[in-house]
Ligand binder design. Structure first.
Ligand code: HEC
Length: 158
């Protein structure tokens, strides 16, 4: 759990959303299945899962390492890493996110920023990688960051 620093003002989009919610300004009848924000962020996450799968297969069988394919996936993650967060503004659009996204916006933002950092690092490592060994630590960091954010901020689904 990331501790909430209560002396820090909410400067993120989440703070604005919380204010809007308190003022009753947010829409309140969106269905989770068709909600465009939930759709957009789940689409991103699914694509990340696919990219991690491609790279993960190489991690499991290092002699199948293909530098060009790995580079492509790593570049995709780094580019898309900033995409989903603006789709978490409206708490009514809960999808499979937990309440913590809105009750601990600073913790969530910190995880999102960490993710952008580790995907940038992975992309950098991939540029010169000749084997899986060259990208393995950075790849591990990315996987750990997916997991660590999901622990607090993604609801258990079966
Ligand atoms: C900063 C937090 C955070 C990070 C980092 C993160 N996720 Fe997620 N992820 C979520 C949340 C929240 C949801 C639930 C979204 C929803 O249902 O609206 C989710 C949902 C998903 C889903 C389910 C999508 C669906 O169709 O319902 C997959 C797959 C997924 N994430 C994969 C990943 C992978 C792979 C990574 C790392 C490469 C990653 N996520 C990184 C927060 C994060």
């Amino acid at each position: 759990m990331t501790p909430i620093r209560s002396n820090q003002s909410l400067k993120s989009i989440f703070g604005i959303t919380l204010m809007a919610a308190a003022l009753g300004l947010t829409a309140c009848s969106t269905s989770p299945d068709t909600d465009p924000d939930v759709q957009a962020r789940q689409d991103s996450m699914k694509n990340w899962g696919d990219a991690m799968g491609v790279m993960g297969d190489m991690a499991k069988a290092p002699d199948t390492f293909d530098a060009d394919v790995f580079k492509e996936q790593a570049a995709f993650l780094a580019e898309d890493a900033s995409t989903p967060w603006s789709h978490f503004e409206n708490q009514e659009s809960m999808g499979n996110a937990t309440e913590a996204v809105w009750t601990n916006p600073e913790g969530f933002t910190a995880e999102a920023e960490k993710f952008q950092q580790v995907t940038t690092d992975l992309n950098a490592a991939a540029q010169t990688a000749a084997s899986m060994d060259d990208v393995k630590p950075a790849f591990g960091e990315v996987g750990a960051t997916c997991k660590s954010c999901h622990t607090d901020f993604k609801a258990e689904t079966n």
